[in-house]
Write a protein that binds this ligand. Sequence first.
Ligand code: ATP
Ligand code: MG
Length: 381
Amino acid sequence: MNVLIYGSGQLAQMMYLAAVPLGIQVKAVDVANHSVVDPISKQVLNITLSEAIEQADTLSVEFEHVPEDLLAQAQASGKLMPGMEAILTGADRVREKQVLQSLNIANSAHAIITDIAQLDDSVAKLGEHLIIKASRDGYDGYGQWRLSGKAQLADLKQQLAELDLQAVPLIAEQLVPFDRELSLIGVRSQQGDIRYYPLADNLHHQGQLHVSVAPAPHITDELQAQAKSAFKKLAEHFDYVGVLAVEFFQVGNTLLVNEIAPRVHNSGHWSMQGADTSQFENHIRAISDLPLGNTQANTISAMINIIGCDDYSLDLLGLDHCHLHLYGKSVRAKRKMGHINLTADSYADLAEVMTTLAKFLPMEHFPKLLSEADKLAQINS
Ligand code: ATP
Ligand code: MG
């Protein structure tokens, strides 16, 4: 069996690694120049994109920002999973909000801005604490601006003045005073079976995911039900095949959808050590029409992103229940270089390993690690 993934970064790499034991071959497309590459070495393979599409049994994506002409070509082959509509929706916040509204899924109050003058109406309607997001091509907090009071409005308008809002509208979102951020990763098969991973508790810093803990502590049946219901509506709406991630804000007992990602997701990387079947293997299974694997957590996990640094000590590998996953990239500020997965039998034990791990890391790049460990140490279970 042959799989072709659009995008050749770490997610393609981890899908490749999960596919090998299943006897499935994975190639990747570098969408910047349409070349077909090896997902690990990134070496260009001696095959054209059309030939690779022809040879593949299934096409999929590692990220949603695939140029539309490439997606259309993939969709036309009849082999793209998930389909183009789901991918385009994940790539465009206007579409995303429209789908959420049409499916009656709770999300943050927002307005679509196609002319900078509409920002005044947004402030009148939504208040003066806003997050303004470019509707396309944003990730890891890029393409976002914050308004923290009316006094900043003129300044913000000036900053946004150069954008072509007809081409790429903005979304003005009310700043949600959330208690925490959760995500639900699930997988849907070609027959429509759905399996859900336990909810993950996600800590962001400057718009970027730093730490995920799964299963998230203190999950009530009510929260679980809301998350699954939102996921199911979305997955069925798109006749979705593969892994889908839904990010939520928890406000009291209510979940609001922040955004969806039509792919394997950073907040599911814990599943490589912490679940019976990883999200990568399950995505490959789903798109290859194989039975889905068990999504249960075997233990409690923390996933810690390594962002913008490589000056950690490899002695961290001497810790029990500690696994390193590097993406083979050179260092750049804010760049995700890899992640560390930790597992433990209780939140308190997890907190202890996290605290020990800190000794091997340049802490200025891990600003959330110790405070999260302190929080987990308080949980009795
Ligand atoms: P990523 O690709 O890493 O998921 P992104 O750039 O697509 O991020 P969002 O998920 O929309 O962007 O926002 C990044 C983070 O900014 C969120 O995880 C959250 O911490 C914060 N954030 C976004 N929107 C809001 C909001 N309306 N209210 C409060 N915080 C928000
Ligand atoms: Mg996000």
